[in-house]
Design a protein. Structure first.
Lengths: 223, 258
């Protein structure tokens, strides 16, 4: 078992989930609030990572953050080097790659909250901040769990983006899925098998949480 | 504001523009302690209340409140919404019981009723004094036995009661907006509630604007009635006068004379 890779993978997935919930929440609130053309375009852009080959995304991120662009220049100015082949580069890539997995469940959740309830809360004097924490968040709790678990699991499983942006540097950018690839290339099938079984178990538990919660929620609504 | 203070204009509401299939063109000055907007469904009644709350985008709204303390005691109109500015919904100091109640489904009855109080900074010295608005609303609508219940355990009438209590519990509201406040509440209950609610608002000096399509309710409230049809005011005055025809028709039915 490649322990540094496991540790790195969990750290990457955890941070990606945290960042994405912070980014996706306001974005999903905005998307769920209206039906304009701009919102549909943004929704389509958010969904792009679902259909693009991860290597396409990884390639553009690598070039986009590379030394030949203003963004890359700015990064070099700030940190002394580009984000390519670093953990932070992986994090940026993962956040973009998993964006739809956080945004879509939240959009569904927010759209399901009765508009009249939200409006009434604000007429009764609640600030937008209070409306969110006391009304919208509790009423769309399940969607937050779904978004978090899917983002986490999806990040654990990513390969193409991580390989393109991160290279394959042990302890720094080598995640579990890349570790498996390396094991197979070294013909070390036993090690690959062990890591792969871990990933299967992890993903299965994650999905069990999502579906288990969904069922519990439905029961409590009926009860 | 004392009782007499209500006999002068306290709010002005102008709403113009297309709202669904209704072309709204209303300019209202509220003077009575309780004003009822009466009209058939689809006449734009609810839209008027929602416009005052700032919840109707795309129509032209002017909403002003008389502030007797402004201009060092001379009083002045304060613009809540108009060409110059538009206050956020939560700053308009309104109490509101919308149509269909819109109870917060995940909160207990008590938490629902306390919501307005807690939203207006329910901490510090003021909180203790403002708490009485909550207690009095609970008493007025006999919510005591229901406080720990969840909305899904309530009957339609009880939910309506929670919605009304929640509006009445908002501390120091400047205007109470009630949209079909007695739908789902039995006749006997309604006849008991109306005088109690009027007395309560009169004691606090808070004016009310309610909406109904029920002739009997408008007559019972004995309020100033504004008759709305297809987005326009077609009559205005004391209930008995504006609803004279309906009153006669109602009596005929009661006597059984066709």
């Amino acid at each position: 078992m490649d322990t540094p890779a496991l540790e790195l993978t969990l750290r990457l997935a955890g941070l990606t989930t945290l960042c994405l919930l912070l980014i996706a929440t306001p974005l999903a609130i905005w998307i769920a609030r209206g039906h304009g053309l701009v919102r549909r375009v943004v929704q389509a852009v958010v969904a792009l990572p679902l259909v693009l080959p991860p290597t396409v995304l990884g390639f553009y991120l690598l070039v986009g953050m590379g030394p030949s662009t203003w963004l890359g220049q700015a990064l070099i100015y700030l940190f002394g080097h580009t984000l390519a082949f670093t953990f932070w580069g992986l994090l940026v890539g993962s956040v973009i790659y998993s964006l739809p997995f956080a945004v879509q469940p939240l959009v569904v959740g927010f759209s399901g909250v009765d508009r009249a309830v939200v409006e009434t809360a604000s007429v009764l004097g609640a600030s937008p901040w209070r409306v969110f924490w006391r009304i919208v968040f509790p009423l769309s709790r399940t969607s937050f769990v779904t978004a978090a678990v899917l983002t986490f699991a999806h990040t654990v499983g990513e390969f193409g983006v991580v390989l393109m942006i991160g290279g394959d540097i042990p302890g720094r950018t080598r995640t579990l899925s890349i570790s498996i690839f390396d094991h197979v290339q070294e013909m070390n099938y036993a090690a690959a098998n062990e890591t792969a079984l871990w990933l299967i178990a992890l993903s299965f538990v994650a999905l069990l949480v999502v579906y288990g919660r969904g069922a519990a929620e439905r029961r409590s609504e009926l009860g | 504001m004392d009782r007499q203070g209500l006999d002068r204009p306290h709010h002005q509401l102008v709403v113009k523009g297309q709202r669904g299939s209704v072309e709204m063109d209303v300019a209202l000055e509220l003077t009575a302690p309780w004003t009822v907007i009466f009209g058939p469904s689809g006449s734009g009644k609810s839209s008027l209340l929602r416009a005052a709350c700032g919840l109707v985008p795309g129509v032209q709204v002017e909403f002003r409140r008389w502030d007797a303390t402004a201009k060092s005691g001379q009083g002045d109109w304060i613009e809540l919404q108009g060409p110059a500015r538009s206050l956020p919904t939560s700053w308009r100091e309104l109490a509101y019981a919308p149509q269909g109640t819109a109870i917060f489904p995940h909160l207990t009855v008590k938490q629902n009723i306390e919501f307005g109080w807690k939203s207006r900074g329910a901490f510090g010295k003021k909180a203790g004094a403002d708490r009485r608005f909550v207690e009095e609303a609970i008493e007025l609508f006999a919510m005591g036995p229901l406080l720990k219940r969840r909305p899904r355990e309530l009957s339609g009438g009880e939910r309506q009661g929670v919605g009304l209590a929640r509006a009445f519990a908002v501390p120091k509201a400047k205007l109470v907006l009630l949209d079909e406040p007695f739908s789902g509440i039995g006749r006997g209950m309604r006849e008991a509630l109306i005088p109690a609610m009027r007395a309560r608002l009169a004691a606090l000096g808070i004016p009310a604007l309610s909406v109904t399509h029920d002739v009997e309710e408008a007559l019972l409230l004995g309020a100033e009635v504004v008759r709305l049809d297809a987005g326009k005011v077609v009559a205005r005055g004391p209930a008995k006068q504006v609803l004279a025809d309906e009153r006669v028709a109602m009596m005929r039915t009661l006597i059984g004379d066709d």
